[in-house]
Design a protein around this ligand. Sequence first.
Ligand SMILES: C[S@@+](CC[C@H](N)C(=O)[O-])C[C@H]1O[C@@H](n2cnc3c(N)ncnc32)[C@H](O)[C@@H]1O
Ligand SMILES: [Zn+2]
Ligand SMILES: [Zn+2]
Length: 567
Amino acid sequence: MATQRFPCANWTAGTVACTKPGRYSCKNCLLVLYCGQECQKSHWSAHKMDCKAPLGHKTWTPDWVQEKRQPAFVGDKPIVQFGGLKYLWGNVPAYDVLQLPSNEGENYKEPLRLLFAASGDLRNVLTTIAELPSSYSHPVEITMNDKDFDIVACNVIMLLIALVVDNTDVAVDCIIHIWYSSLIRKADLDILQQRIRPLIEEVCEKIRDKTPGSVLAKTWQFGQRSLRLVLQKSSWDNLLSFMNTPEGLSAKEANRIRRAVTLAESRKDYRDRHLLFQPPSRRIAKQRFREDGLLLPFGSRRDEFREPNPTIFHSTDAWPMPDNADPLNGWSTRQVEYCDTGPATADIYGKLFYHVNSVMRAFILRLSTLQAVFRLFQTDAAELVKSPNLEAGSFSRIEVSNITDGAYVGVHRTIFLMIPLLQTPLTNPHATLITLFMNVVDEYGMLPEEQMANWARTRAVMPRIVKYLSLKGIPDPLSLDMVRFIYAMGSVATYDHVLDRFAKEFRLSEAARSIGAAMKAKHTIIENWPFRLKLRPNQPGAQKEFDRLVSGGVSGKEFYVEWNRVE
Ligand SMILES: C[S@@+](CC[C@H](N)C(=O)[O-])C[C@H]1O[C@@H](n2cnc3c(N)ncnc32)[C@H](O)[C@@H]1O
Ligand SMILES: [Zn+2]
Ligand SMILES: [Zn+2]
């Protein structure tokens, strides 16, 4: 059942597909592989629709240019949301929150406690455990919390699949589709309904007579690993619905309601602006994912995916995520691009598929020799810290995503809530609280008095952008190149001055110190501005680094701050 690596792309719905491995790519698009010329020829009538699609032409231009009108995003506010509000897929790349070798050291002999207080999806947990050195042999306790029930439900289901399905290939493949594909195979649905559902049903049965608001915990033990889930009674019952397709929802209807968001006519200019920065074949791949919502190598057989994914669809009328949600945004573009898709070098979702596959596989493998305890909660981070389950001064790492942004919990309150849970420097000098800020630069943008200084900074990066975008000079104000130019300027600019002002205005150092916290002078887990260009224009790899930044999902305005406790 596992997806074959490098499949020959010669298949059409309802026919017997070629089962040989693909060895040669289509030279025009580099998206698909064939076992040989015969298969390539016989598949051409199907493949040419993709291969010759206008999006893949070097000369492709957005509709707004052809229609000679102003694009919809001109004059828009910087952040515009369209579609649902769920973050079932993270929107910043995964990272290892421990980095044990360069912090506590590979031979660390103490147990580790990690807290993901606003976890979002599983990607940081998977990455952290997958990277844990094999020499580490002490217990690890991973506490995950998110206030969004849908996120917790998906996370618990995926972890249970990893823990109960013996065949790693099957488990990995199933988890990837449950996570990212809007339709799944019958075999995936069977795992949900036959392996996972009974575990939840047993709990629901036991707590049948409890009141809906009572909070109830269940611990499952799997050898030396365990998973504890703490939910309100009503949420336990609700969890069952994540394993059943909503009544009356056909695959066709599920596709229709997804496409109403991912291909909304009113959002075409926003999509086209993103496509402007993609290489031609990648535009075809991006369009394909918006059309069919399946995370697969481009040439993989798709006709087995017929069941609406019940972990994503909870009603017959809504797609839960924003239109720009993209599984690529949760992973390092660099690592994804390095992933091997054989000669199909433009198959970016194939690369992502194999990349997530390898992280998940490493996670499951590492877990098999680890004493690991997972604890999952679903509450507001502010409530979580009051729970007797979280012991003060016991966590080696606390990751809070961007609840430090003003729209969520805010920076002062987040630190105030979290810092007492962190180990003291005496217990562990490497213990770190990691906070992410995604909106500060847009919210604290620019003061009038900063405009002159900013103009000077902007002028300094202009020649670089002209070079990277292969322009002849500063483009005409109304040209397509100007759209690319302005967008690239936003990503390449540096924003330390905004962070400095924000830190001063919020009295971050003083406020932190008064509650026993300090910004770490030197980051040891993740850089302050991880997405900023590091190479100078003439250094090898500089163009690639720029292309990755402007074609990827980050804005370049995201920054991290690491904190520790002070006595
Ligand atoms: C702040 S959001 C933004 C998305 C995030 N950057 C990501 O990549 O997942 C991250 C997660 O925090 C959760 N969250 C927001 N406010 C929270 C709170 N007060 N307590 C716990 N979780 C919260 C959201 O449900 C979401 O899953
Ligand atoms: Zn073949
Ligand atoms: Zn082709």
